[in-house]
Design a protein around this ligand. Structure first.
Ligand code: GSH
Length: 199
């Protein structure tokens, strides 16, 4: 089986899939998509023009949630999507909120569309603030049974939450204790730390 991940350095959505694949020690090839290719040659891989995309023996897929669920359903990895239907639903609830509720409104294309004249440093501040404010809302639904986001073990919800929090820090936001504790907790687990993308 040949797995190819089309990814980009600094891409939050790609980081989710890299973390998942690395955690499960999946053998895959990573192809870096630079910003030029994103709007030209890469459109033949993913007409939507976003990373990540995944190819499994030539079957092409985009959208990190769809990719993670496909990987899970094909048993390419140990599940990080929960062990009961209720837990699976809760994990998806968190991932969806991060993906469409937090990440999408602050992504580069959306900001450029809504605020074409905004300078880069103001953009960074706004993006960081948006992420932290949204995470504060999400916090009320997290860490109820353990220090993991949902339930008692590492899941895709931890990956989505920790990755978007790191993005806020990269934008210059101040640390927020609950999510710094969460990140630090994940990093105490050897397998999780080893798999974490270092971007
Ligand atoms: N919902 C998509 C989001 C994909 C996305 O926004 N990718 C960003 C990088 S994190 C991208 O390709 N941005 C390029 C652009 O905005 O032009 C997913 O989960 O895969």
């Amino acid at each position: 089986m040949k797995i190819i991940l089309y990814s980009a350095t600094g891409s939050n959505s790609s980081e989710r899939i890299e973390w998942l694949l690395e955690y499960n020690q999946v053998d895959y090839q990573r192809i870096e998509v630079d910003s030029n290719s994103l709007t030209t040659s890469y459109l033949s891989i993913n007409p939507l023009g976003f990373v990540p995309s995944l190819s499994v023996d030539g079957f092409m897929l985009s959208e990190s949630m769809a990719i993670a669920e496909y990987i899970d359903e094909q048993h390419l990895t140990t599940t990080l999507l929960g062990s009961s239907s209720q837990e699976r639903a809760r994990i998806r609830q968190v991932c969806e909120f991060v993906n469409s509720g937090i990440h999408a409104p602050q992504n580069r294309t959306a900001i450029k569309y809504w605020q074409p004249n905004l300078d880069e440093s103001t953009k960074k501040v706004m993006r960081g603030r948006w992420i932290i404010e949204s995470l504060k809302r999400l916090e009320k639904t997290l860490f109820q049974e353990s220090q993991f986001a949902i339930g008692l073990s590492f899941s895709l919800a931890d990956i989505y939450v920790a990755s978007i929090y790191k993005k806020a820090l990269q934008h210059g936001s101040e640390e927020y204790i609950a999510f710094t504790s969460h990140l630090n907790w994940l990093r105490t687990q050897e397998a999780i730390l080893r798999a974490e993308p270092k971007t």
